[in-house]
Design a protein around this ligand. Sequence first.
Ligand code: PRP
Length: 215
Amino acid sequence: MSLSVALTKGRLEKKTVAMLERCDYGIEKLKDKGRALVFPDTKKDIRYFLVKSNDCLTYVEHGVADIGVVGKDTILEGSKDYYEMLDLEIGKCKFILASLPDIDLLNKVGHIKIGTKYPNVARDYFHSKGMDVEIIKIDGSVELSPILGLCDGIVDIMETGTTLKENGLVVLDTVCPISARIIVNKASFKLKRQEVMNFLDDLKGIVEENAQSNL
Ligand code: PRP
């Protein structure tokens, strides 16, 4: 039975395609993609499609994709009706709490305002600390919001730390680490078990090779 695989486009895309290539999958069309959106594997009975991260969850939940490759950030913020099967250990970054340097946010008494693209992640973090928080949803350039006085701090993704540094913000705490995960549609895991397991095993082999070479 053929497999449909939803890949998250953007930051994760190149690293994911590189892993598939090392599995000796036929990903030429993914590497030379033009404006196409669906890419048949030239060696295996697999078709790939490139989607935005939130849509990756949607396609997998609805079974249009049997498998998805998506960041843990999207998983933590989004819906959960699928199996999370493998940490690919690529696209590593983390969720952090940051603010301007003179604000002692974690010891602030009373109500605080947090700007974020990830309201569920931010709310869970502050609730776990028993803190009273107002979440302000921001769609991009979150670092601006404390600078302009919209909020006291931000919960956001940090990769290199350059954006925070260049905007004069400091990290107050790490919320949790993030990396790319393989998710699997629940019905596909039963009905296409062998194909799904073969795909997972192939990628697991590359994850292990990467871990060995980093020792
Ligand atoms: C993400 C994130 C930070 C930045 C962190 O934003 O929200 O702004 O990357 O990366 P760094 O630690 O390497 O500087 P993205 O580039 O996705 O853009 P956006 O703010 O428009 O969402």
